[in-house]
Design a protein around this ligand. Structure first.
Ligand code: CTP
Length: 411
């Protein structure tokens, strides 16, 4: 992974050499771009020694620009990581200003950007910084941290840069689009997030699904080389790079979008929390509170997963079962009732499952099961996709990924 590491002027810059080492340990090729104020906290000599590349800092350095221009650098990057990121650099990225090399690269890149903020806790909670954070998130920029704890200024609060190892792991977790692996050449369709079923123009029925698990499954499948179509209900997650995302709102929209693209799919993963019922008819005008009580007529939504599993020539189907009790029993009965190839069961409730970053699951299929201990949804998704791929090839009669067969044409 080609990583442009932007270092800006905060005290946490002293951890940058360690961060470079952690990124390199994971296979990253790191090009450092530091701002003038970062040089007050860490030397380019140390950074050059650990990164193995000359440190870039000046937009107007003719020698360096001749070797690799700032535009080439922006294209070279698979990911841009800014750590530590000051309030100032966050504000500059929001404004679109590009007075130095780092912010120019941020404007010129199509690669995902991640920032690891580090600043005094009052600066972090300042409404200006929080507004900037929100804009960055809305634009799909990944915000890593900050952590909470004692700060260099002697105070305690939110604003510490995350530890270098945590940042490095998070950067490799971002997934940088399509890789090569077990699913190269395979088409995978995944549903994710909740659906919204309108009651009237201002109200709807929905659920607590954040979409995190489905998005993580999509990134993991793409990392294994699959062509992924992610059919997503309303979530506030950035669109993963290298994945075709189709946004939908209702269960009926999700059903239609799925059947539009399922024809030649190899694997279907239903991670969405689809509404089971929707209001029988959406009122055209806002409902007024004239009565002491009221009821809403609900009708069943189509079961997307069951409909895909029932196709004569269909993909390998993987369902999810979110249960509050008797998790394995209910999951196995869904596996059988919907005629699925696999089901991934997890317990949900106030303390786990929805909107959390971690999850633990049990995967069941006709003649087996495998338990996965609590892990981040990203880590879990990688393991789950590997298992899905293995079971997929086993079901299709090949134990591993099929080898390329070369047929000699003697004509
Ligand atoms: N699912 C679907 N379409 C629906 C409902 C669910 O594709 N209309 C999929 C989900 O994406 C998930 C699995 O089916 O993969 C969940 O099965 P389901 O029996 O619907 O679970 P619950 O809705 O939790 O069922 P119940 O409320 O009966 O436990």
């Amino acid at each position: 992974m080609n990583i442009v590491l932007g270092i800006t002027g905060g005290i946490a810059a002293y951890k940058a050499p360690d961060l470079v080492r952690r990124l390199k340990e994971r296979g990253g090729d790191v090009q450092i771009v530091m701002t003038a104020s970062a040089a007050e906290f860490v030397t380019d000599t140390a950074l050059q020694a650990v990164s193995g590349r000359p440190v870039r800092s000046n937009l107007w350095d003719k020698e360096a620009e001749r070797a690799m221009s700032h535009i080439e650098l922006a294209r070279w990057a698979d990911v841009i990581l800014i750590a530590p990121a000051t309030a100032e650099v966050m504000a500059r990225i929001v404004s679109g200003g590009a007075p130095d090399l780092l912010t120019t690269i941020c404007l010129a890149t199509e690669a995902p950007i991640a920032v690891a903020p580090a600043m005094n806790h009052v600066m972090w909670s300042n409404p200006a910084t929080q507004a900037n954070r929100k804009v960055l998130e809305e634009r799909g920029i990944h915000i890593l941290g900050p952590g909470v704890g004692s700060q260099a200024c002697g105070e305690t609060g939110a604003g510490r840069m995350l530890e270098p190892d945590t940042i490095a792991a998070a950067v490799f977790d971002l997934g940088v689009g399509k890789g090569e692996g077990l699913l190269t050449g395979k088409k995978v369709v995944i549903t994710a997030g909740p659906t919204r079923e309108p009651i009237d123009p201002v109200r709807y029925i929905t659920n607590r699904s954040s979409g995190k698990m489905g998005y993580a499954m999509a990134r993991a499948a793409a990392a294994q080389g699959a062509d992924v179509i992610l059919i997503s209900g309303p979530v506030s997650l950035p669109e993963p790079p290298g994945i075709e995302v189709r946004k939908v709102v209702t269960a009926a929209d999700m059903f239609d979008a799925t059947h539009e693209c399922i024809g030649d799919a190899d694997i279907f993963v239903a991670a969405a929390a689809v509404a089971d019922y929707r209001p029988a008819d959406m009122k055209k005008q806002k409902i007024k509170k004239n009565e002491e009580s009221m009821s809403i007529d609900l009708v069943r939504c189509p079961d997307i997963l069951a409909s895909v599993a029932a196709l004569d020539v269909g993909p390998f189907t993987v369902g999810f079962a979110a249960e509050t009790e008797k998790v394995d029993d209910y999951a196995r009965s869904k596996l059988e009732k919907k005629a699925l190839d696999m089901i991934i069961a997890n317990r949900v409730g106030d303390d786990c499952g929805f909107d959390s970053d971690d999850n633990s699951v049990n995967v069941l299929w006709a003649d087996g099961e495998q338990r996965f201990a609590e892990a981040s949804k990203t880590e879990l998704a990688h393991d789950l996709i590997e298992l899905v791929a293995r079971r997929f090839y086993a079901a299709r009669g090949t134990d591993t990924q099929p080898r390329l067969t070369v047929i000699a044409n003697t004509d």
